[in-house]
Each structure stands twice: as structure tokens, then as C-alpha cells.
Design a protein around this ligand. Structure first.
Ligand SMILES: Cc1cc2nc3c(=O)[nH]c(=O)nc-3n(C[C@H](O)[C@H](O)[C@H](O)COP(=O)(O)OP(=O)(O)OC[C@H]3O[C@@H](n4cnc5c(N)ncnc54)[C@H](O)[C@@H]3O)c2cc1C
Length: 374
């Protein structure tokens, strides 16, 4: 194989956008196709741990992320009535100079990455998908839904948990529902809400809230997930108010703002870990396309961004892009990703069993391990 120079990225979520930024920063020509015409981010807020922030800093967007989000260094554990049981300092998994955790609105994260993708010169096609990939060994021919075509040295599928790229290269693993899900919405931030506060117990597994910016907070309820509850989104605000009714603390004030059903999201948690190769020939996968888990550790974006950091490091430091490089990429990532997927599933299981004693030690040991660079 000769040194590859051009990369097609399929999917412009946090993984695809960050990979585009990292590669174009190193002079590699990047094309990105995103199926959503508006390239926006769905959902409400997101929590990013230090190890995610470290990749965003390396990609050059930390000042914007810092300005848009709300950083903090501890977590509050509450009783369902809102009484603070403990305030735990959180680990700085991205190093001491970055916050332990940063809450940020998903659209703000997405817009920051979009701006940097454009600034790096990536050629972007929106409302576009890949119709066909032909791997010729020395390059991949791609045919797009807009009728155009291109040839690339490497294709990376960052097209999320239902990845069509994964399907097209014959990876057989599929996301499996965990039986849990979450009600989420955004509300005005009460001034005293300056860190994540989580209440365990009561009718929900977790009832929590986090700051996302100076003005906005994120409220969530982790519950058993039932398909039938998806049935009528017109009821979502009412359902979320009802599910949260017994919780104290800031919940009475938060509940007053849960009025618009369209602003409430009800989402199932899935598990996915592709154990075999993360590539076939010159087509590789990253992010939720190869791994996903309940956000009990809030590490989904971090793992996706770390994939792109490792892949970009290998692609920009090696003259030859070959099977060995892509195998090394997967081999470097899988132990760390497995730790997070297994740990997240264990935490979800403990929630189901009502076991709250073991969680802090497991969370601390995983975040400590993640402090090492990937
Ligand atoms: C309820 C919930 C809460 C979560 N909370 C957190 C949290 O607090 N912290 C955290 O770190 N993680 C969290 N996660 C996980 C996190 O959202 C994901 O890990 C992360 O978004 C994965 O990024 P990605 O870029 O791999 O995939 P995605 O964000 O799914 O991006 C994939 C992109 O590909 C595009 N696409 C899809 N198909 C195609 C196609 N065929 N062609 C072109 N484009 C395509 C999509 O439109 C999308 O833009 C949560 C997940 C859930 C479900």
C-alpha cells in the first residue's frame, strides 16, 4: 500500500466531526457525508468527562467548548426527597487542568465541531449517504446518493449506533436493548445548580439534574424502558412530570418547566461492542458504530472521541496505511472500550438490583484508568 492521502468520513456526529478536524489539521484531504440535511444534533444535553475534553482540546476547540458549557468537579448524591447524602469530588480523567466534567447542550457541541470542520477545509455534503463502496485494495470507490462519486485511500464509518457502513462491510454485531431508558429535558438552570446531582431510588432508578450552560439545565429520569411508552409523544411532558412527582430538591421547580411535550425525549439504552476487527480492507469504523452502552458512566462521547484520536494519531504518524495499522487501532481501543461498556452495564445492573454500595468504587477505578492517554 502507498501512503494514503484522502479520507471519506461517513457521518458528522461528534466522532466523524472530530476525526475530520484531527485529520485535516494534519493536512489530510477529508470528505464528509452526513445524512441529515441540517447537520444538527438531536437530543438535549450531554455530560463530557475530562478524557473527552482532552481530545477536544487536542482538536483545538476547547476554548469554544469551555465557553459554551458548564464545568464542575464534583457530584452530589441525594435522597429522593432532595436531602444531600454526599458530595463526592470527581476524578480529573483529562488531567488536572481540565474540569472533571462539563455539561453542554448537544447543539452547542455540534455547532462548535461544525465550525471547526469547515475551518479545516473538509468538503462536506449534507443530506447525502453512501450508496456503494467498492474496495479495490489500493483505494475505495464511493458512490453517493446525490449521484456523485469519489475515490479515497480510506473510508471511516462514524454513522452511529445503526451504522449502515458497519452493515455494508459485514460486521454482524447489532445493538441490543438493555431494558432501561431515560426521560430527558432542558429547563432554566436554578442558580444553585452547579454540579450533577443524582438521587437513587424512588420510582425511578435515577432522578438527576446537571448544569449545561449558565442558563440551561438538563433533567433526567432513568426508568425501565417500555416500547408502549413511545406510543404517544404528545404525552411526554405529562409523563415526565408524573414520573418525577415524588422527587424533592430542585424537582418541584424543574417540573414547572416541563410543559412542552416536544422538548421531552424518551430514549432506550443499548449495548454494542464489536469484538472482531473494526475494519474490512480500507473501510474502518469508529464511535457508536462499534460500541455503545447505557450512559451510566457518561463515557459514550469520550470513547468515540478517543477512537478518533488514536486513529488520527496512527494515520498521521505512519507512512503506510495498511491492515496492520487498522488492526493496531482496534487493538489499542478495545480493552479501554470494553472496560467502559462492561462497567456501564454493571452499573445499570446494580441500579436494577437496588445495589448502590458498590457503584462509587467502580466509577472511581474506571475514571482512574481513563486518566491515562488512550
Ligand atoms: C439517552 C442517551 C444519553 C447519553 N448521554 C451521554 C452523556 O451524557 N455523555 C456521553 O459521553 N455520552 C452520552 N451518550 C452517548 C453518546 O450520545 C454517543 O456515544 C455519541 O453521540 C456517539 O457519537 P457518534 O458520532 O459515534 O454517533 P452519532 O452521534 O450517532 O453520530 C452519527 C452521525 O452519522 C449520521 N448518519 C447516520 N447514518 C448515516 C448514513 N448512512 N450516512 C451518513 N450519515 C449518517 C447521523 O445523522 C449522525 O450525525 C448518551 C446516549 C444516549 C442514548
Amino acid at each position: 500500500m502507498t501512503r494514503a492521502r484522502s479520507v471519506l468520513i461517513v457521518g458528522g456526529g461528534s466522532a466523524g466531526n472530530t476525526l475530520a478536524i484531527l485529520l485535516s489539521n494534519s493536512g489530510i484531504a477529508v470528505d464528509l457525508v452526513e445524512s441529515r440535511p441540517d447537520w444538527g444534533a438531536l437530543g438535549s444535553g450531554i455530560l463530557l468527562h475530562g478524557n473527552a475534553l482532552r481530545v477536544l482540546r487536542d482538536a483545538g476547540v476547547w476554548p469554544q467548548i469551555h465557553a459554551a458549557g458548564f464545568g464542575f468537579d464534583s457530584i452530589g448524591i441525594l435522597a429522593p426527597d432532595g436531602t444531600v447524602i454526599a458530595e463526592q469530588p470527581d476524578l480529573h480523567s483529562g488531567g488536572p487542568e481540565l474540569p472533571s466534567t462539563l455539561g453542554i447542550l448537544r447543539p452547542a457541541l455540534q455547532q462548535t465541531l461544525i465550525d471547526a470542520v469547515h475551518a479545516g477545509g473538509t468538503r462536506v455534503r449534507l443530506g447525502c449517504t453512501v450508496q456503494k463502496l467498492d474496495d479495490h485494495g489500493d483505494g475505495v470507490e464511493a458512490v453517493f446518493s446525490d449521484g456523485t462519486a469519489g475515490r479515497y485511500d480510506l473510508v471511516v464509518g462514524c454513522d452511529g449506533i445503526y451504522s449502515a457502513t458497519r452493515e455494508s462491510i459485514g460486521v454482524v454485531e447489532r445493538p441490543e436493548p438493555t431494558g432501561m431508558g431515560v426521560w430527558r429535558t432542558l429547563v432554566p438552570r436554578p442558580a444553585e445548580l452547579v454540579r450533577t446531582d443524582l438521587a437513587y431510588g424512588g420510582p425511578c432508578y435515577i432522578a438527576g439534574y446537571s448544569p449545561m450552560s449558565d442558563d440551561v439545565a438538563y433533567a433526567l429520569l432513568v426508568v425501565d424502558w417500555h416500547e408502549r411508552d413511545e406510543a404517544d409523544p404528545a404525552d411526554y411532558a405529562e409523563r415526565m412530570r408524573a414520573e418525577s412527582a415524588v422527587y424533592g430538591g430542585l424537582w418541584p421547580r424543574i417540573r414547572e418547566h416541563i410543559t412542552d411535550p416536544a422538548a421531552v425525549h424518551y430514549t432506550a439504552f443499548h449495548r454494542l461492542l464489536v469484538e472482531g476487527p473494526w475494519h474490512r480492507g480500507r473501510i474502518a469504523l469508529a464511535g457508536d458504530a462499534v460500541h455503545a452502552c447505557p450512559p451510566t458512566l457518561a463515557q459514550g462521547v469520550a470513547m468515540s472521541l478517543e477512537d478518533t484520536a488514536v486513529l488520527a494519531e496512527l494515520l498521521t504518524s505512519r507512512d503506510v496505511w495498511d491492515d496492520a495499522l487498522l488492526t493496531e487501532y482496534r487493538d489499542r481501543r478495545i480493552p479501554r472500550v470494553r472496560t467502559v461498556v462492561d462497567g456501564s452495564m454493571q452499573l445499570a445492573q446494580w441500579l436494577k438490583e437496588g445495589n448502590r454500595q458498590a457503584a462509587p468504587a467502580l466509577i472511581a477505578s474506571i475514571l482512574t484508568a481513563l486518566t491515562e492517554r488512550p
